[in-house]
Ligand binder design. Structure first.
Ligand code: H79
Length: 433
């Protein structure tokens, strides 16, 4: 017995020193609590808004259209979003059933949407609007009980010290000057402002690493800074790889974890960290006047449910117009999703992926002794759930608790529905003994 004990100790010692060598970052207690909160939250709003919104051609317009960067800067003179109302944005998100907002503090164009001392190229100094958008958002989030996450670009198509240039933003007429270390210091100083001046920040959502994968990004120094200022702040980085040390959640751009439909996630092995999928409501992130190709409410709900069934949150994007209001296409869909969430939110919030993995007909989620079977696409009335060895207490339609007929077979539980499901999401609730 003693021998086994000693061997176990040795083994454990071996494992922990191995993991120490691999994993130097130890998340704080607040961080672990926030990860739990994040896993339970399920639904957030991504907001892409900046001076690019005025050109109404997406957030990449500077590079995609090879605009002259010096001329692009002058857009700031005309940025006066008369309809901007942070409170309304946050209420719209909340009414849709969202628990957090992730806002573009600075996108690849390098324009800061907050009051920063590190550059005058910001919404307070460079525009007649002169209002700190992040301050107003932070206050509104605080008031309505949503968490605020901040998108922060690693790419900068404005600063001359973002050099040598990466793959993007090369033809905009810039002349390099300064050093890479200047650029890293600039980002550290901005992150310090973001994590000092706006209360508690739910997370930092980095993006753009992929522009220069070989660069000396000093991510460890950056992540240490973020966690030193706010140990609970969750760090995610949209590098399309398995998470790096120091990160707290993993995101999948335009994809559910494990799928690679958008083509960005080929190297992104699914980690055990909290997961998040981000998706657009139409086809672009920043406002695009030509893009009225909105997905249907049903499609969006299927994406949300699919994310939950794959243990991920959905961060659903809105690209506000230059005037500061949300496109109608987004508003109507968010309202409809909110209505749906009033009834069905319970089958998502606080759940984890269910014991039956993603199927062609749908997904499952579970919480305590309940399994929610989300039937999204089924053209028959019988459905076999490959679950054996569990004791069923009840099986019922979630929305009205009408009992559902079923048979137990060798293969599992065979549901026998009254009719072919026609709901957006036909949810069956199974309660175990
Ligand atoms: O903020 C939104 C987009 O502006 C940003 N991320 C979301 C959340 C984004 N930028 N680029 N992409 C998304 C698409 C990435 C394309 C890539 Fe590539 C393909 C990166 C690496 C391969 C294009 C080709 C850029 C570099 C090479």
């Amino acid at each position: 017995m003693r021998k086994i004990f000693i061997i176990t100790l040795l083994l454990l010692g071996g494992i922990s020193s191995f993991s120490l060598a691999q994993e130097k970052y130890t998340p704080s207690k607040e961080n672990l609590e926030n990860r739990q909160w994040f896993r339970d939250a399920k639904f957030g709003m991504f907001i892409h808004w900046g001076i690019y919104s005025m050109l109404a051609d997406g957030e990449w317009v500077l590079t995609n259209k090879n605009l002259n960067e010096e001329e692009y800067q002058k857009l700031a003179d005309g940025f006066y979003p008369s309809k901007f109302n942070a409170d309304e944005w946050v209420r719209t998100a909340k009414d849709a059933g969202m628990k957090y907002i992730c806002f573009t503090s600075r996108h690849h164009d390098g324009f800061s949407m907050f009051d920063t001392k590190q550059s005058d190229y910001n919404v307070v100094k460079a525009t007649p609007f002169k209002r700190d958008v992040i301050k107003e958002l932070a206050e509104a989030c605080q008031k309505h009980g949503l968490k605020l996450f901040l998108y922060y670009s690693h790419i900068d198509w404005h600063r001359p010290d973002y050099y040598p240039w990466g793959r993007t933003g090369r033809n905009t007429g810039r002349t390099p000057s300064g050093t890479w270390e200047d650029y890293l210091k600039f980002m550290d100083a901005q992150l310090t402002e973001l994590l000092t001046n706006y209360g508690s920040i739910g997370g930092i959502w980095f993006d753009g690493w992929w522009d220069k994968p070989d660069a000396d990004w000093q991510l460890e120094r950056q992540y240490t800074l973020v966690h030193r200022l706010q140990p609970g702040c969750l760090i995610g980085n949209n590098h399309h790889k398995a998470p790096f040390e120091g990160e707290d959640f993993q995101m999948f751009e335009r994809d559910l974890p494990g799928q690679n439909k958008a083509g960005y996630s080929a190297d992104a092995e699914i980690s055990t960290l909290p997961l998040e999928s981000c998706e657009t409501m139409n086809n672009t992130w920043g406002y695009n006047i030509n893009d009225r190709n909105f997905k249907s409410t049903k499609q969006l709900i299927h994406t949300l449910v699919g994310a939950s069934g794959n243990n991920a949150n959905l961060l659903l994007n809105v690209g506000p117009r230059p005037g500061g209001d949300f496109p109608e296409g987004s508003v109507t869909r968010l309202k409809e999703i909110g209505e749906w969430m009033k009834t069905y939110g319970e089958t998502l919030y606080g759940t984890r992926a269910g014991i039956v993995p993603h199927q062609p007909w749908g997904v499952t989620t579970q919480k305590d002794n309940k399994l929610y079977v989300h039937i999204l696409n089924l053209d028959k009335t019988e459905l076999l759930l490959p679950i054996t060895g569990k004791k069923v207490k009840s099986i019922a339609r979630f929305k009205d608790k009408t009992p559902v007929k079923y048979k137990k077979t060798k293969e599992g539980i065979l549901l026998q529905l009254e009719e072919i499901p026609a709901d957006i999401d036909h949810v069956i609730e199974i309660v175990w003994r």
